[in-house]
Structure formats: C-alpha cells, structure tokens
Design a binder for this molecule. Sequence first.
Ligand code: ZN
Length: 413
Amino acid sequence: MNSWDKVGVPALGTEVVVAPLYLTNSQSGLKELVPTKSMYRMYVCGITPYDATHLGHAATYLTFDLINRYLRAQGARVDYVQNITDIDDPLLERAKRDGVDWADLAHSQVSLFISDMVNLRVIPPLHYIGAVEAIPLVVKAVEDLDRRGSIYPIGSDYYFSNSVESGFGSLSHLSKSAMELIFAERGGDPTLPGKINSLDSLVWMSQREGEPGWPSSFGVGRPGWHIECTAIALEYLHPDSHEDHLIDIQGGGSDLIFPHHEMCRSQARILTGKELAANYVHAGMIGFDGEKMSKSKGNLVLISTLVANGVDPLAIRYALMAHHYRSDRMWNQDLLERAQASLLRLRTALTMNTVHESATVMQSIIQALANDLDTPAVIAAIEAWVAETLKGSSGGDAAALRVGLDALLGLKI
Ligand code: ZN
C-alpha cells in the first residue's frame, strides 16, 4: 500500500533546546522517560477501512504525529509503521450489507482516510501495510508460533494459545472475567467450544462460503487481526537484537489495550522472547455532545464532512489539542468555534510588525510537550503569547515561532 505524500517539517533553530520526552506507559501506568536515541521504532494500529475517518481516529493519529514530530525535533530518525486491516469481519459484513465488493469498499475508504491525513498534515508512515499484502508474513508468523507449540486447531481454524510464558495480562492488568467480557464485546469468541483457554485468539480463519481466502500451510483462509499487527511490526520495524524491547512505541486508541495490544505483545513474546514495546501509548476516546461517538448511534463526526463544509483542518488539530490525549473527551461545535477563533487571533498576532518575546513561549511549548504531551498547557502558552502580542508587546521573533508551531505541532500558519 502506498503511504501518503511527505509533509514538510522545518528544522528548529539550533538555539532551541528540546527536552527529554516523558510519556505515560499503559503497561506501568506511569510517566516514563523515552530514552534519547538516534532512531526510534513506532507502530500505530491503523483503520479497518469500512467507514470514514471520524474525530476519534483523528485524535489518535494526531497524538502519534505529535510524538513523531517531537522525536524528530530531538534530531532522531523515527521509523513509523502503520497497518490497514483491509480484510476482516466488519469490512466483509459492511460490504455484504451495502451490496458492494469488499475490496472496492476498502480501497475507497483507504483513499478517504489518506486524504483526511493529508488535510490534517499528519506525517505519513514510512511503511503503510495492508493485511492482504501482509498475508505471507502472517502465515510465516503463524508457522513460527506452530513450531513453538503455541497454536492449535478448532475445526479448520487455528488459535493462539495464551500461556504463562507469554506474560498474558501484563499490559491491561484486567481480571480474567473482565477480559472475557471485553473480548466478547470486541470481536473475540471466549465461549467457543474447543478452546483451551477462553481468551485464546484466532490467528488463521479458514475460508467461509462467499468470503475471500488465500492459500497457506493451514489451508485456504485469512489472517486473524492480532497476528496481522504482530507480524507487520516485527517485519517492517527490524528490531535491533541488542535492545531489550522489539520496538520503542506501540500505539493506538485506548480501546486497543485489550484485547488487541495484549494479544500482540503476548504473540511477540512467544515469537522472540522479548517485550514487544518499551512504551505502550494510548489515546483516549472522543464522544460527541455528551454521548459516545459510535457507528451504531449514527453520531460520527467525519473529518471529510468538516473539511467539505469549509472547516480549516488546522482548527481540527487545534481543537483536539485543547484536552489531554489520554483523556476521554467530548467534541462539540463550541470547541471547534473556540479553536477557529484562537487560530484567527494567532494568525493576526504572527503578522504584527512586532511580537511578544518568543524564545520563552517556544520553551514553554517544549516543556509542556515533554511532559506527556500536555497540549492544554501548550495551548495556554500560545494564547498567553497572542494576548501579549495583541496588546503591543515586542521583542520576539515571529518567524522563529512559526517554525516551532509547524515543526512541533503541525500548525503551518
Ligand atoms: Zn494493530
């Protein structure tokens, strides 16, 4: 799958000091230092392309875009990989419901997602990999699990057996009963007869009537979701054998902590004996006007609709930074309008002949980002600078601040 066009990221001035980054690791629940390195490996779970990009997706990918930008500002290379689950039950169900070809539906939704990411100025992944194109890798990973005695058949399907050695549960820290409940809600099958452990997950599903299938040593079928991400991350991020962890950051929305990321890290542990990620980072969920945003409620706010209605994508970025990435939060028209008004004031301030002292606000932005991406503090620092500038304060460098806003926050003004 082709990734999208490069987003230009200007270099910060050499006088700007980029502090070490702290991020909350979902595994420990603590803010942890991201050790300073010359190269980072980041994997963020992508979409299942059966419905358009809504604000929840945007919030997640913007969070990891901020991390990507920050690590690059430190002078590091960031190898960023994202998948697209372009074959899975929800996609096939939607295609059947709408009487369209599943591959056409996936193709159209991936195109829409990419145009949304381009509009939002999200730095593209180095590798953007579809599940279908990754099938040979996934089969190889399932064969590897098989050699390690970690899979078993139920009928003509194959399941990954969660064992003590895999450290299953060490990411989500949920009780078994809570896991079973969430697993059933999120596409799992805890009560399926024939399972060794109710939480074992499907790695290869045999072809069903009227559904696509690909040949493999396990028969014609298609990959399970979790092993797809495990296999893609291990292949495309080329883990360094000298490190304790396979990759630096695994990320996604908080609804992926369990079962998805728990399963991925468990599979990776069996395949390699190592912890999948040094830091598991998760973005909160976005609701709308007091309710959970969901397809079933029909209250999804789509990026493409907002943009088609003339909303500046940078105002969407700005509005999503008004709250902390880890918090579950609400979207509403008022939040967007406040962001639009703030952006207008910022644009005005940046075109003034003299502007308020700017080196300090740059350092405030960096300190706030370094503290687990404290974007509300970033916004407060920007707005305080705008207020001083509009009052006539001078002594700053608008051009340098423009570079900082673009490089660190994706706000190209
Ligand atoms: Zn994933």
